[in-house]
Design a protein around this ligand. Structure first.
Ligand code: FHN
Length: 428
């Protein structure tokens, strides 16, 4: 037993990941961005039932694949997509290059089941998106699914058990692994600088009797070799593994776990929480239950208050357009960020953790107090730093404050109803 433990320690030490200066710089830029837009798009949009339709409906894979032959998203306009993202104030896009349904949204040589070879549309949407991102100054991150519900060679996991039509005799991990790595090589060679590779699907084998070896070390090393500034992220719902540069949370802020995917400890890596704008990632026709702009802005602010980025999802329609309800909200978020962006971009978690009334963000000697709801006319802030000035962020109007035993009390009076009433404190 002791020998096994020793060997484990030795092998972990041997694999210790030392991020390079380029990676450290990229991590810092990533954190400063604070806001990105996630785009879940694939042939699943045609069924309009979300991106899990193949597995949820337990379809035959060849019947599902027929959707590709009718995929003609004639309103796809990379310029309009990137402009909408830019208008939202987000600094990067994370695009689903290949989701669990195995369909590749770029001109891959590794499988015919891709947007160029298998659809009448025949356009490399990733190329168009990458070019437009470069033009409009938006960073591009690429989502890539480890799990696969279509391919014969993928070792079956705990999902897609009811999907039919796969040849069980052809399961072959080493072939599948080599396939993924060749695709990753294409993605990191043909589409310009990529900010991050965002893996997803590790959890498909989290119930295996024998722990499944995804051979992540080699794959992460490949990413860093191909693009030394490309960050590695993995949405495995665990504390980060060696070699990762970002910690992801899904549908919950770090430290919260209302969706059951985010109970893990918070690491010291840059944090990102991904969230849906309605209730689904891929386009779902019945789901018009969009969160209000106020809720979305407060979510972004609360993420920043916890030192995390928000990766907010949009599920484009089968015709290639972003849903109008999403574009409208993105525009409103951008208008808000145009005024208040300084209290979000480049900030770190504030000194006071999330409260009923709101949260705080910090940048240098400025502490931003974000108040969402306050019944009282005064607000006690438990602070160990010294406050030398307090003003309403938007108007510069002085706010009276009193120093008390364990902090300060802001004398605010009755606050107007606002999405976020921000007080800027200068601290020492
Ligand atoms: O199964 C996926 C899901 O479809 C979606 O892509 C989300 C985004 O974080 N990740 C997986 C579930 O954890």
């Amino acid at each position: 037993m002791a020998v096994v433990a020793m060997l484990t320690v030795v092998s972990l030490t041997a694999q210790r990941y030392e991020p390079t200066p380029e990676i450290l710089k990229a991590r810092e830029e990533f954190s400063d961005a604070r806001f990105g837009v996630f785009i879940h798009w694939g042939i699943y949009s045609m069924f309009a039932q979300g991106e899990w339709y193949l597995q949820n409906a337990g379809l035959n894979r060849d019947e599902y694949a027929k959707a590709a032959d009718a995929f003609y998203p004639h309103r796809f306009d990379a310029k309009a997509w990137v402009a909408a993202v830019k208008a939202s104030g987000a600094k990067y896009i994370c695009f689903t290059t290949r989701h669990h349904d195995s369909f590749s949204m770029w001109n891959t040589e590794q499988s015919e089941f891709n947007i160029v070879d298998a659809t009448p549309f025949g356009r490399d949407v990733l190329k168009e998106l990458a070019e437009e991102c470069a033009k409009q100054g938006i960073k591009l991150h690429l989502y890539y699914s480890h799990a696969d519900w279509m391919r014969d060679d993928y070792p079956r996991g705990r999902t897609a058990r009811d999907v039919t039509g796969r040849d069980e005799s052809k399961i072959n991990w080493s072939e599948y692994y080599a396939f993924m790595n060749r695709q990753i090589e294409e993605l990191l060679t043909n589409y310009g600088p990529i900010g991050a590779i965002w893996f997803d699907g590790w959890w498909d084998h989290d119930e295996d009797a024998t722990p499944f070896d995804w051979q992540l070390d080699e794959q992460y090393a490949l990413v860093h070799k191909l693009q030394p500034s490309c960050l590695v992220a993995n949405n495995h719902h665990q504390v980060p593994f060696e070699g990762e540069d970002i910690q992801i949370f899904e549908r919950d802020l770090p430290g919260e776990n209302t969706h059951g995917l985010s109970g893990q400890d918070i690491s010291r890596l840059p944090l990102e929480t991904c969230q849906t704008m309605n209730g689904m990632w891929g386009y779902k026709v019945v789901d018009q239950n969009y969160k209000s702009t106020e809720t979305l802005i407060r979510y972004l602010v609360s993420a920043a208050g916890k030192g995390a980025n928000l990766l907010l999802n949009v599920g484009p329609q089968p015709n290639g357009e972003l849903p109008a309800a999403a574009v409208e909200r993105m525009k409103a978020m951008g208008e808000w960020l145009n005024i208040y962006g300084e209290t979000i971009y480049g900030t770190e978690a504030g000194d006071i953790k999330q409260q009923q009334w709101g949260c705080t963000t910090r940048n240098g000697d400025k502490l931003y107090v974000h108040i969402f709801e306050l019944e009282d006319e005064a607000l006690f802030l438990p602070l160990s730093c010294k406050v030398t000035d307090a003003k309403v962020y938007v108007s510069g109007k002085r706010v009276k404050y009193q120093k008390v035993a364990q902090g300060v009390v802001l004398e605010l009076g009755k606050l107007p109803k606002m999405t976020d009433y921000i007080v800027e404190l200068t601290t020492k």
